[in-house]
Each structure stands twice: as C-alpha cells, then as structure tokens.
Design a protein around this ligand. Structure first.
Ligand SMILES: Nc1ncnc2c1ncn2[C@@H]1O[C@H](COP(=O)(O)OP(=O)(O)O)[C@@H](O)[C@H]1O
Ligand SMILES: [Mg+2]
Length: 367
C-alpha cells in the first residue's frame, strides 16, 4: 500500500428521509475516488442514528453492500484522536483519518450538525461548514438571507406548527396566506429535502390537508407563491473564489419535481446545457456564485432556480450544500459538461477541504 495515501472517511446513510439517496451518492463517490491518492473507509449512520464501521471499500461490490453493518464506531469532539474509535467489545482501536466526506443529505448531516462535530474533532470536512450548512438547510433562514442581500426569491410567509394547531391562530394564518400569497401556492417544511412533505396547494380548500401532512416533518412551515416555472440548476465549486458550471434544466415527470419524480419516475429529464438564452444562463451563473458567497459556503453547492415562463423573471429557489452524487445526479453531470470529470471533481473537493482547514487554522483559537 502506498503509505502516502490519505485516508478519507465517507460518512453516509443518516437519520433523514434521504437515507437511501445517501447510499447511492456514497457509492457514486466511492467509485470515482482516486485510489492511488486516497484510501476510503466507510462509516454508515443507520436510520436510528447508530454509527457503524464498514471498513475498506475493497470488500464491497455494489450499493446493496452498503446496507450491511459491521461493528460500532465512535467519534469524540477531542481533536487529539485525529479520527474515530472502532469499538470491538471492550477494545477500542483508533482509526486515524485525514479528511471526512459527509455524504448525508438533509437533517442531521447537511444541516451543520455533523460539520460541527467534525470541526470539534479537528477533522477537515468536505463542503460547507456549520453556518452555511445550517443556513442552506433551513428554507426560512435561507430565504431571509436572500432577501436581505437583494437576491431575488419567491415571496413567502411562514408559521409555527404550534400556531397552526391553535384554532384562532390557524384562522389568522389562513387569512394571511389568502391575502399575501394567494393560490396556487407551495407548502413546505422548513427543513426537509427531496421534496418530502412539500405540496402544491391549488386552492384554499386543500390547504388544511396539505399543512397537516407537512407539519409531520417540521415545527416550522413556509408557504410560497407557486410560479409556473422552468427549473434551472447550476453547480458551484470552490472556497473563496468559487466557479459556476454550465446551467442545466430539470424537466420533471410530475406536476412538480416531487419525490417520485426525483428518484423513481424515469420520465423526469435532465437537459445539459439548458436551452435558454445566453443572457439567462449568464444571470444564473452569476447569481449562483453570489448565493454561495452570501451564505459563506465552501467546497460545493448546487443552486436551484425558477424561471418564470410568463414574465421571464428569475428566482433563486434554494441551495443544496450537499447535493446528490448518484450516477444520474445533476451536480457531477453539470461539472462533467463543464469539463471536470467525476474523478477530478472528487479530487478537487477533497483538496478544497484541506485548503479550507488550512485557512481556518490561520485564525487564532483554531488549532
Ligand atoms: N414556489 C414554487 N413555485 C413552483 N414550483 C415550486 C416552488 N417551490 C417548489 N417548487 C417545486 O417543488 C420542488 C421541491 O421544492 P424545493 O423547495 O426545491 O424543496 P427540496 O429541498 O425538497 O428540493 C421544486 O423542485 C419545484 O418542482
Ligand atoms: Mg429542490
């Protein structure tokens, strides 16, 4: 074995609704990692939040193998360990790692929690840090940041589940939606991904049922004007001087890009590059980089847009700080179309994690 190889811990699975997607993304990353430079070790977080060590990748031949679980593994916030502790009965074996690649979509992974733990443990981590991850996860906070920075996003309002459950307050919320947002609108839990708990509400009569299903996923709900829009996406790569990829378009199989249209309906299509005017794609790329910088992201981000079919207005819908990395995912495909192969992309993301760590180490109080 090449002793100069760096060890990458791929952290995947997780407790979110996107556990399965994470397995596919982790497999995509594993298969495109430069094995001459890196040794990959696999750590899976189960649906119940248990951390399991799956060992070296050489033992695995397909994504199904990632369902297997071996012994427990732990990480502490103590930077002296420089990695993880494999727990084998009463024996603890240190597992030194050089960098962590969290491949966890959604809550407890994309939201800054894991990034915080890794930062305490002194481990460089691919992608956004605590703050940008948290801002990118919470659709309400994210949109407030957009509005504060003159980044055009769709008008919205939000409320607490607790208030929805009070009869008086619910009435006020319903009136507020009718007055300020109108129908059709979108109801979304503040913190999900993959369209889980998201509904298009065509008319007022449907609102209560949709909110009832949405509040299952969060204590905060936002309501947005529905835009009859084309969906454009742009990939961003870098730290303080990020680059934008070419622009892609999603053509969902369903009325909107819901969970089924994303992962199961093969009639959903991706078009790269998107067939839009050069001025539109230039605006998308500039705005994608601005969003990335405004939220102080690092490494990667996929910025999603809504292009109003009638007015031509361009709105930022969201940023995903840990986009999908499955073989059909937009993020790696956009870079491929921009001239960066999946392999080169993974290589660059790992380098960017080390670069960010070095940059942070230049600040006092960070070792
Ligand atoms: N305001 C909106 N107008 C039109 N379509 C929307 C709007 N908001 C969301 N959608 C549709 O719902 C999908 C999921 O919403 P999104 O906010 O991107 O959540 P997620 O984080 O789950 O991807 C979008 O890809 C789009 O198809
Ligand atoms: Mg989305």
């Amino acid at each position: 074995m090449n002793e100069d190889k760096k060890t990458v811990a791929i952290l995947f699975g997780g407790r979110s609704t996107e556990h399965e997607v994470s397995l596919k993304s982790a497999w995509g990353i594993l298969n495109h990692m430069n094995r001459r430079k890196y040794r990959a070790v696999l750590i899976k977080i189960s649906r119940h939040g248990r951390w399991m060590f799956l060992g070296d990748i050489e033992k695995y031949s397909g994504v199904e193998d990632l369902e297997k679980a071996e012994g427990p593994i732990a990480v502490t916030g103590d930077p002296h360990f420089k990695g993880f502790m494999v727990l084998d009965g009463a024996v603890q074996k240190p597992l030194k790692v050089d960098v962590v690649f969290p491949v966890l979509h959604g809550r407890h992974g994309e939201d800054g929690t894991v990034q915080g733990l890794m930062s305490l443990a002194g481990l460089p981590c691919v992608g956004a840090g605590v703050l940008a991850s948290a801002l990118g996860m919470d659709k309400i906070m994210m949109k407030q940041m957009f509005f504060q920075n003159d980044i055009r996003a769709v008008d919205f309002m939000w409320f607490l589940r607790k208030d929805w459950e009070s009869r008086q307050k619910r009435k006020e919320i319903q009136e507020g939606i009718a007055r300020e947002i109108g129908y059709p609108c979108f109801v979304k839990p503040a913190n999900t991904g993959s369209s889980v708990g998201i509904f298009k509400v065509h008319e007022e009569d449907e609102l209560a049922d949709c909110v009832a299903e949405s509040v299952v996923f969060d204590r905060k709900i936002l309501v947005e004007k529905a835009v009859d829009a084309r969906e454009l996406e742009c990939a961003v790569l870098g730290n303080d001087e990020p680059r934008a990829s070419v622009v892609g378009e999603i053509i969902p199989a369903n009325e909107f890009y819901d969970y089924e249209a994303k992962y199961y309906d093969d009639r959903s299509r991706i078009v790269i590059p998107a067939k839009v005017d050069a001025s539109v794609s230039e605006a998308v790329r500039l705005m994608a980089v601005r969003v990335f910088k405004v939220l102080d992201c690092a490494g990667m981000g996929r910025v999603d847009f809504l292009l109003d079919r009638k007015s031509g207005g361009l709105y930022v819908n969201e940023i995903n700080t840990l986009p999908g990395f499955t073989p059909i995912s937009m993020y790696p495909k956009l870079w491929e179309a921009t001239g960066i192969s999946f392999e080169a992309l993974i290589d660059r993301l790992l380098e960017l994690a080390f670069e960010r760590q070095a940059d942070l180490a230049g600040s006092r109080s960070v070792r």
